[in-house]
Ligand binder design. Structure first.
Ligand code: TPP
Length: 308
C-alpha cells in the first residue's frame, strides 16, 4: 500500500481509539473497551484485499477492522455512546459493531465465536458460487477454543473460501501465549487442518497485505482456506481499565520501537505525517460532532430483536 495512505489509515484508527478514552472520561461512553492500539496494521493491510462482496468477522478488539472496512466514523462514535446508530442501534456498543451493508458480519465478544460464523459465510459462498471470500480475525488465545477447531476442520475438509488471520499479540487476556500452547508457533497447526500457512510481521502493513492477498486469491480460486499468524503487540491493556501488572517492565517501551504508526511516520517524514495528522483530527472532530446528533434508542425499542 502506498505509504501515505497506509499512514493515514493506521493514524486514523490510533486516534479514533485515543478519542474514546476522552469520551469515556466525559461520561459519554459507559462500559469497558478492548482497544487495538499497536495492532492497526493488520486490519489496514487485510481490508485492502477484500471486495464489497466478501464477508468479514472479527473479535471484540475490532474497532480498527470496522474503520478499515469503511464503516462511517460518526456511526461508530454513536454506537459507542449507546445511541441508535445504523450499526447495532446503540444496543451493541464497543464489542458488537456490525454492518451487513459493508459485509461486516460483526465483532463478537465470545472468544473464537467468529470462526463458525465466518465458516458459515464461506459455506454459503461454496454453495451459491458467488465467489465471495470470508475473512475472520481471531486472537492467539482463541485458537484453543473448541468451536475454532471445528470450524477450521470443516473449512479444510471442504476447501472452503476462508481466510483466518490470527492476531498474535502475545497475550490471551493476562496469560502469555507460550504458557497456552505446546508448540513453538500457532501456525504449525495449519497443515493439520488442510490450511495454507503464513507467518508475518503484523506491524508491517505491506507484509499483511501481501499475505492476505495471496490467501484471498487462493480462497477465491477454489484453493481452500489459509491460516495467517500475524505477530503484533498491544501497547495498552487487555481492556481499557487493565492495570497490566502481569507485563514485564520495559515491554511496552520496547514494543513502541516496532509499532506501525511511528514506523510509517519514519518512512513518510514528519512534514507529511503532520499534515495527515491535522486532516485526521479534523475528520474525527466532524465525526464526533455528528455522532451527538444521533438520537438515543427509545424505551419502547428495548425489546426489539428479542426472541423467546
Ligand atoms: C468463550 C469465552 N471464554 C472466555 C472469555 C473471557 N475472555 C475474554 S477475552 C479473553 C482472552 C482472549 O485472548 P485472545 O484470543 O488472544 O485475544 P486478544 O484479547 O489478545 O485480542 C478471554 C479468555 C470469553 N469472552 N469467551
Amino acid at each position: 500500500m502506498e505509504p501515505l495512505l497506509a499512514y493515514r489509515h493506521v493514524r486514523l484508527i490510533r486516534r479514533f481509539e485515543e478519542r474514546l478514552v476522552g469520551l469515556k472520561t466525559d461520561g459519554l461512553i459507559l462500559g469497558s473497551m478492548h482497544l487495538c492500539n499497536g495492532q492497526e496494521a493488520i486490519p489496514v493491510g487485510a481490508c485492502a484485499c477484500l471486495e464489497q462482496r466478501d464477508a468479514l468477522t472479527v473479535t471484540y478488539r475490532g474497532h480498527g477492522w470496522a474503520i478499515a472496512r469503511g464503516l462511517p466514523l460518526a456511526q461508530l462514535f454513536a454506537e459507542l455512546q449507546g445511541r441508535a446508530s445504523e450499526l447495532s442501534g446503540g444496543l451493541g456498543g464497543s464489542p458488537y459493531f456490525c454492518s451487513a451493508r459493508h459485509g461486516f458480519l460483526g465483532e463478537n465478544s465470545i472468544v473464537g465465536a467468529g470462526v463458525p460464523i465466518a465458516m458459515g459465510a464461506a459455506l454459503a459462498s461454496y454453495f451459491d458460487g458467488s465467489g465471495s471470500v470470508s475473512l475472520v480475525a481471531i486472537g492467539d488465545g482463541a485458537l484453543n477454543q473448541g468451536a475454532v477447531h471445528e470450524g477450521l476442520n470443516m473449512a479444510g475438509t471442504m476447501r472452503l473460501p476462508l481466510v483466518v488471520v490470527v492476531e498474535n499479540n502475545v497475550y490471551s487476556e493476562l496469560t502469555p501465549v507460550r504458557d497456552m500452547i505446546p508448540t513453538a508457533t500457532l501456525v504449525e497447526r495449519a497443515p493439520m487442518y488442510g490450511m495454507a500457512p503464513a507467518t508475518i510481521d503484523g506491524n508491517d502493513v505491506d507484509a499483511v497485505e501481501s499475505a492476505v492477498r495471496q490467501a484471498v486469491e487462493r480462497a477465491r480460486s477454489g484453493g481452500g482456506p489459509s491460516l495467517i499468524e500475524a505477530h503484533t503487540e498491544r501497547l495498552v491493556g487487555h481492556y481499557d481499565l487493565d492495570p497490566q501488572h502481569y507485563r514485564p517492565a520495559g515491554e511496552i517501551e520496547d514494543a513502541m520501537t516496532r509499532e506501525p504508526v511511528g514506523r510509517l511516520r519514519s518512512v513518510i517524514g514528519d512534514a507529511e505525517a503532520d499534515r495527515i495528522d491535522d486532516e485526521v483530527e479534523q475528520e474525527l472532530d466532524a465525526a464526533v460532532a455528528a455522532s451527538h446528533n444521533v438520537p438515543f434508542p427509545t424505551t419502547e425499542s428495548v425489546t426489539e430483536h428479542l426472541y423467546a
